[in-house]
Design a binder for this molecule. Structure first.
Ligand code: BEZ
Length: 211
């Protein structure tokens, strides 16, 4: 099933390294990040799982739960955890779904047969508290993901959920943001009391409003 932005994230029940979950119940009112890795006991995946674990407190502070998945079973994930802690310096501190029947992989279209018949690609889904998909990313098996970029997008998504703004290219938390074109200049004066710079009628920049 192809998942598009704005779709409700498919719900499922699954066993994980932290016990059985129902995905939507597990998400509760939080934001969520569901990400797949191709295979346990492989080098790039080991570095990625360690990298996510090392940044867990930053996801927590953004009210965001993280959960991994691959087509390996929970027993395999449990065995692999020791290697992640040993080589990456951070113990795994979030659940990984055992998906040996490829239920989650199929629901989220994580197997791309022209890349690999059986293994999941490196997918990332950011899901809002409304359970809708806000971002999808797909990386090949050979490229480990950039956790800074995932946190950057999460910051952008959480900012634009609360204000009539968008974030420009290469935006980082604390930079100027773009005022939505649905807002008139008069409205912008009230909504953005720090003022704004008008480069074009359609391009107005204001200091980040939640800072
Ligand atoms: C890796 O994580 O290194 C990897 C996994 C599956 C295929 C290729 C590389």
């Amino acid at each position: 099933m192809t998942i598009r932005l704005g779709d409700v994230a498919p719900d499922f029940s699954a066993d994980t390294t932290d016990g059985p979950i129902n995905f939507h119940e597990w998400l509760g009112d939080s934001w969520g990040i569901l990400f797949s890795h191709p295979k346990d006991f492989t080098p790039v995946c080991t570095t990625e799982l360690g990298a996510f674990a090392a940044r867990k407190s930053e996801f927590d502070s953004r009210n965001t739960k993280i959960i991994g998945v691959s087509v390996d079973d929970v027993a395999s994930h449990q065995q692999w955890k020791g290697d992640i802690a040993e080589t990456q310096g951070t113990a795994l501190n979030f659940p990984i779904i055992g998906d040996e029947e490829r239920k989650v992989a199929t629901l989220y279209d994580m197997i791309h047969p022209n890349a690999n018949d059986t293994l999941t690609v490196r997918s990332v889904f950011i899901i809002g508290p409304d359970k809708k998909v806000k971002l999808t990313l797909t990386y090949p098996a050979s490229t480990g993901r950039n956790i800074d970029e995932i946190i950057r997008v999460l910051d952008s998504l959480q900012l634009v959920a609360g204000y009539s703004v968008a974030t420009p290219a290469n935006w980082q938390d604390g930079d100027e943001v773009i005022i939505a074109n649905s807002i008139t200049d008069d409205e912008a004066k009230t909504k953005f009391p720090k003022g704004f710079r008008k480069l074009k009628d359609y391009l107005r920049l204001t200091p980040q409003p939640n800072k």
